[in-house]
Each structure stands twice: as C-alpha cells, then as structure tokens.
Design a protein around this ligand. Structure first.
Ligand code: SF4
Ligand code: SF4
Length: 375
C-alpha cells in the first residue's frame, strides 16, 4: 500500500502551513528519513515569471513551511531549484525566483536559490532513452522533495508529481524532448523514465489553490484547499486526478504507469489524513478532448484528417502579442516567427505540444477549439 496523505489548508498562511507540514513529515516518516548532514533540494514548479497569486508556480509559503521544518530537524544545506521554461541562465532564474516569492523565502530562511546552470548526463532508468541531462542541484542532492503545483495541462492533461520533474531538464533542452517524443504516449513514457531517473524521495503537492482550464499557465486559479503528499508519485497523481475531476479522463502518464506495473490500481492507495475534497466541475484543458473517432468503426480511415481538423491548436491573439519571442524560443518545431513584433505560426509543422501557450508571458496564445459551424 502507498500512503497518500491529505491535509486541509485553506490559505497560504504560515499559521496553517506549519502544522500541516509537521503532520506530513510525521505521517510519511520524513522526520526519520532526513538527516541533518543532508543536502535537501526542494524541486518546486517555477514554470515562468509569475506572481504566487497567479497559481502557476508552487506557492512560496509552502516552500517556507517545508524549509522551516527542515531547519527544525537540523538540516542546514537547503536549496530551492527548478529549470523553468526559456533559457537556463542565472539572470533568467533570478527574475523568476524574485517574481515567484522564492527569493524572499530564501532570504528569510537562509536557504539558497540555485543559480548554478550546469547539468550532467545521467544514465536513464526505464530503458526508452539512454540518458538524460539533469540540472546539477538535483544530481548533487542527498534528498529531493518534489513540490508540484496542481494544474491542468494542455499536453499531458494534468501537471502533478510526475510531470513536475520535467523541470529537471535544463531550459531549452526541454523542447528537444518534445520534438523527440511528439506522440503523447511516448512523451508520457519519457516523463515516467525521467521521474524514475531523478527519483525524488517524496512529493508534497501545493493544491491549496490549483489551476483549472488552460493550464499550466493560461488557466485560472481555483481554491482546492489541500496539501497532498506521498512517497509514491504514481499513487499521488491518481489521487490528484480525482481531485480535479479527471479520474476517468485519458491521462497517458497515468495509463502508462499502470501498464508498466508502476501503479497497481486503487487498491494500492491508502488515503490518510483529512477527507479528500474533489471538484467534479473543475475545468479541464481545452486540448483534453475525447477521441470520438475511436468509435468511428468503418470510417476509421478518416481519423487522421478529421483529428487534424478538430484537434485544438495554438492561436496567436494579435492584439495581445507584444512580440517578445518567448514562444518562438520555446517552440521545438521552430515553426513560430516574430514578424513586425507579432508572432506567426506555420501550422504545417506544428506538433501541438503547446509549449508556446505555456511560455507566453501575456497569455497571447489561446488554445483554439474546433467549432462545428466554422467548417
Ligand atoms: S505570442 Fe506571446 S510569447 Fe509569442 S511573441 Fe507574442 S507575446 Fe511573446
Ligand atoms: S507552434 Fe506551439 S504548439 Fe506548435 S510546435 Fe510550436 S510550440 Fe508546439
């Protein structure tokens, strides 16, 4: 059985977060597992330069609560790290640490924010790839605490514990992996392999305020009021899917984990702590459409052209675009050009990874849905 621990937390207030973190550490045995001489790395989700209230990034109050707890256990070497979208440069990282509130947390607590932009090639677990390039702080850690933000996700359906480790890959090497694994199921297997390679010891999910709709950056915050944690990320992700009403949705990461025997079904989960809150009306990402053509029987030969027609695609809102080029920078297919300060997408080579949508700082890329009467 894998314990998935739920603790209610209505606000990002240290008076609420501190006892919640105490409970998580005690329930998951972290008090015993973590030793004072360890280097502990908090792998937060810092996708881009966003304020904490935008619900795109792991909230700094939760990081602060975890750091205070680690300090109370005598740990002195604590590092906050992530490889956000965009170039993996110290200056870029500094801006994101500042905007996300992590810099303030580091200053208040004495923890470090990682500014080392080096990485190392590490032999991959899982067998689909030989190796991954992993950012140095994760290679050098004695104990990794994975701290995802619960969000919907345009490509993978959901961003939880397994998906958060995609931020182990240095900046612009992430689009290379999108290009190498354009098929969602292959990409999901790559994410699972990556997770098993980095192998964080525990995942503590910020689901106090989550993101619904067009996550992981274009959606809207929604209070879900919990911190959900486990040493088994696959069981945890199953529970997170339940929270956001996606337990029956097609999430390749979850399906592949099950197919590979990493998740043995609901009987593997031991829910502990507070009652789990679930939100059946949580808005799914627009891209998470049902593959209705799987029911098309004899017309299956039409599947590919029809799916191309009906599947959502990124669309530039010209009025909102400021011509910053971040979408073009993150596009693995190199199919975006900025001309006269406006981005343009050449759809003929678009692989629908939605990295552009994820990285646009002003939400100028929407996910355009199929409309019957647009035909
Ligand atoms: S679409 Fe967004 S990311 Fe791309 S150039 Fe315009 S503002 Fe920048
Ligand atoms: S245009 Fe956007 S969705 Fe298409 S390949 Fe480029 S980043 Fe991915």
């Amino acid at each position: 059985m894998s314990k998935v621990h739920v603790v209610r937390a209505d606000e990002y207030d240290l008076n609420i977060i501190t006892p919640a973190v105490d409970e998580i550490f005690s329930q998951l045995g972290l008090d015993e597992k973590i030793k004072p001489d360890m280097r502990v790395v908090l792998k937060v989700n810092l996708l881009m330069k966003r304020r904490p209230d935008e619900a795109t990034t792991t909230h700094p109050a939760l990081a602060e609560g975890v750091i205070n707890k680690l300090k109370s256990l005598g740990v002195r070497d604590i590092v906050i790290a992530d490889s956000p979208g965009g170039p993996y440069l110290a200056q870029h990282l500094k801006g994101i640490y500042a905007a996300s509130g992590m810099l303030d947390v580091a200053e208040r607590t004495g923890a470090k924010v990682n500014l080392d932009t080096g990485f190392r090639e590490v032999a991959a677990a899982g067998g689909r790839v030989n190796s991954f390039n992993i950012i140095n702080p994760l290679c050098d850690a004695d104990f990794i605490i994975n701290m995802p933000k619960l969000k919907t996700h345009g490509m993978t359906g959901m961003s939880g514990a397994v998906k958060n480790m995609f931020g182990s890959i240095p900046g612009l090497m992430k689009p290379e992996l999108h290009m190498r694994f354009p098929d969602k199921r292959d990409f999901a297997n790559m994410l699972i392999d990556l997770f098993m390679t980095v192998n964080p010891s525990v995942s503590i999910t910020d689901a106090v305020v989550s993101m619904e709709g067009d996550g992981p950056s274009g959606g809207t915050p929604r209070k879900t009021g919990m911190i959900i944690s486990s040493c088994d990320a696959f069981a945890l992700d199953r529970v997170l899917a339940r929270v956001i009403g996606m337990e029956n949705a097609k999430i390749e990461m979850l399906e592949e984990a099950e197919r590979r025997g990493l998740f043995r079904g609901e009987e593997q989960i031991e829910l502990a702590g507070d009652e789990l809150l679930t939100y059946p009306d949580f808005k799914n990402p627009a891209t998470h459409s049902i593959d209705f053509m799987s029911y098309a029987g004899a017309l299956k030969f039409l599947r590919k052209p029809l799916m191309r027609l009906v599947s959502p695609r990124p669309k530039i809102k010209r009025g909102a675009c400021i011509g910053c080029g971040k979408c073009a920078e993150s596009c693995p297919a190199k199919t975006i050009k900025v001309i006269d300060k406006k981005a343009h997408i050449d759809y003929s080579s678009c692989i629908k990874c939605f990295c552009c949508h994820e990285m646009c700082p002003v939400k100028a890329i929407e996910i355009s849905r199929f409309k019957m009467f647009d035909l």
